[in-house]
Design a protein around this ligand. Structure first.
Ligand code: FAD
Ligand code: NAI
Length: 475
């Protein structure tokens, strides 16, 4: 550790560690301060690698394989013995994937000459040319470090609600829901958002009866209506009991069970669960990050206020990722980290916020990029749309995945693609085609004129584009 760096990054999540590595690549001396201790070890990788994206996807994969082996192989003529799951082994696999990746990040930082300072970073003064950062190590004495530039990348934490206080055992947040040592018989979930659907799916596939409470009257309000309708239908068919317009008014543990009281349009209902997951969104985490008088402005919602290039109100201080406006997504945090560092280096990097992809890793996946039909209409576009059902896509049918749809949204006047939406096998990968097309300002006609390989699920993108002009062949 040195007393002074060109760049100090506070937070070693996907936003922070990528910024630190890029900074080192550009020739800066860089320190990355990260306080996280995961399963007894100091750990880089933030929420995403330790308790977010990666462990949740490991469990989604295990639970999907279990369910597919149990219920789908017979259709292929494959006979198995009794199919069982060892939850301890499943969690061990998840943990070893997390460990491999977080250690990999530590290796990358080291390899690039970034100093990983294990402990808490606090911006004490960001106003002058030499920024002051207090470093409180996990062990040892506190020190003050100076830096020409600081990137704040402290991420987010789950929102807590007073009616369902987490206790780490019966009522848990997403982190607790990654660690159940056995499959709950009955699982309650508050919030039918991304975490509720993903982790609700994991435990449902493993055998839990799952009830998901959603306060809003609409399911997946941010998604295109055709997609959310189809997704609701498919997820309900899988056994997720999603109850919209349902307000949880109380949750308490009685005799080792969680009793949840809800208000459904004025009517009180009660359900009992073995476990309850509270996942009603996340909030920016700036506690202990900003000393009083450090000069950083926050928004009304407690986010660090930044412009389109992630500059805060203080020269040379940037903030990125879940700590600032925009979707709380790892890939958004990473790109912002790179942009901030490249801007510091004098380059003209810019994140295109119009093409940030959303993916919900249910099965099938739900994903989109750009404007929904509803948002495009609200923004005054004369909208044209095309969609194609996977029930007519040969590859999807051959895979036993002939459900869902792909939809394109375009400006009818210019034919320009404004959005791509999908609920289908591999939707998260499929909509990258929409992202690339939008970045290159492609038209629906462009997508119609390209040759898509047969048989692929991507052909449904082609057919959706053809259908926007009434030309779909297989519809
Ligand atoms: P974080 O990853 O939160 O990292 C910030 C780090 O800063 C933390 O490790 C924290 O310990 C550290 N820190 C905070 N304050 C200080 C301080 N003062 N000093 C030192 N260190 C500090 N996103 C996706 O894109 N895809 C997914 O599939 C996905 N799945 C998710 C699943 C779950 C269950 C959850 C909870 C989240 C998921 N996310 C996913 C969201 C994703 O994890 C976040 O958007 C992403 O981690 C944000 O990155 P970040 O670098 O801004 O912050
Ligand atoms: P979310 O914002 O996705 O969903 C929260 C849901 O809870 C919303 O539908 C909201 O209306 C509902 N809600 C809020 N208060 C409620 C209440 N009192 N009772 C009932 N319902 C209530 O938040 P979630 O699922 O907690 O995830 C947090 C963030 O983490 C996401 O917004 C996303 O940015 C990120 N994430 C991303 C993933 C991905 O990219 N695949 C996976 C998991 C998380």
């Amino acid at each position: 550790m040195k007393n002074s760096y060109d760049l100090v990054v506070i937070g070693g999540g996907p936003g922070g560690y990528e910024a630190a590595i890029r900074g080192a690549q550009l020739g800066f001396s860089v320190a990355c301060i990260e306080k996280r201790v995961h399963k007894g070890e100091p750990a880089l990788g933030g929420t995403c690698l330790n308790v977010g994206c990666i462990p949740s996807k490991a469990l989604l994969d295990s639970s999907h394989r279990y369910e597919a082996t149990k219920h789908e192989l017979a259709d292929h003529g494959i006979t198995t013995g009794e199919v069982d799951i060892d939850i301890a082994k499943m969690l061990e696999r998840k943990d070893s994937i997390v460990k491999g990746l977080t250690q990999g990040v530590a290796g990358l930082l080291k390899g690039n000459g970034v100093d990983w300072l294990q402990g808490l970073g606090t911006l004490v003064d960001g106003k002058g040319a030499e920024k002051q950062v207090k470093f409180t190590p996990l062990e040892g004495d506190e020190a003050t470090i100076t830096a020409k530039y600081v990137i704040l990348a402290a991420g987010s934490v789950p929102i807590e609600i007073p009616v369902a206080k987490t206790d780490g055992e019966y009522i848990v947040d997403s982190t607790g829901a990654l660690e159940f040592s056995e499959v709950p018989k009955r699982l309650g979930v508050i919030g039918a958002g991304v975490i509720g659907l993903e982790l609700g799916s994991v435990w449902r596939r493993l055998g839990a009866e799952v009830v998901v409470y959603e306060a809003l009257p609409e399911f997946l309000a941010a998604a295109d209506k055709d997609i959310s309708k189809e997704a609701a239908k498919l997820l309900k068919k899988q056994g997720l009991d999603i109850r919209v317009d349902t307000k949880v008014t109380n949750a308490e543990v009685v005799n080792g069970e969680v009793v949840v009281t809800t208000d459904v349009k004025g009517e009180t209902q009660t359900d009992t669960f073995d476990k309850l997951i509270v996942c009603v969104g996340r909030r920016a985490y700036s506690e202990k990050l900003l000393a009083e008088g450090c000069g950083i402005e926050l928004t009304e919602r407690g986010l660090v206020a930044v412009d389109d290039q992630c500059k805060t109100n203080l020269d040379g201080v940037y903030a990125i990722g879940d700590l600032v406006r925009g979707p709380m997504l790892a890939h958004k945090a990473m790109e912002e980290g790179m942009m901030a560092v490249e801007r510091i280096h004098g380059e003209k990097a810019q994140v295109n916020y119009d093409t940030i992809i959303s993916v919900i890793y249910t099965h099938p996946e739900i994903a989109w990029v750009g404007l929904t039909e509803q948002a495009a209409t609200e923004q005054g576009y004369e909208v044209k749309t095309g969609s194609f059902s996977l029930s007519a896509n040969g590859r999807a049918l051959a895979q036993g995945e002939g459900v869902g749809l792909i939809k394109v949204v375009a400006d009818a006047k210019t034919d320009r693609l404004l959005g791509m939406h999908a609920v289908c096998v591999g939707a998260g990968d499929i909509v990258h085609q929409g992202m690339i097309a939008m970045e290159f300002v492609s038209s629906i006609e462009d997508l119609q004129l390209m040759t898509f390989a047969h048989p692929t699920v991507s052909e449904a993108v082609h057919e959706a584009a053809l259908s926007a002009d009434g030309r779909a062949i297989h519809a």
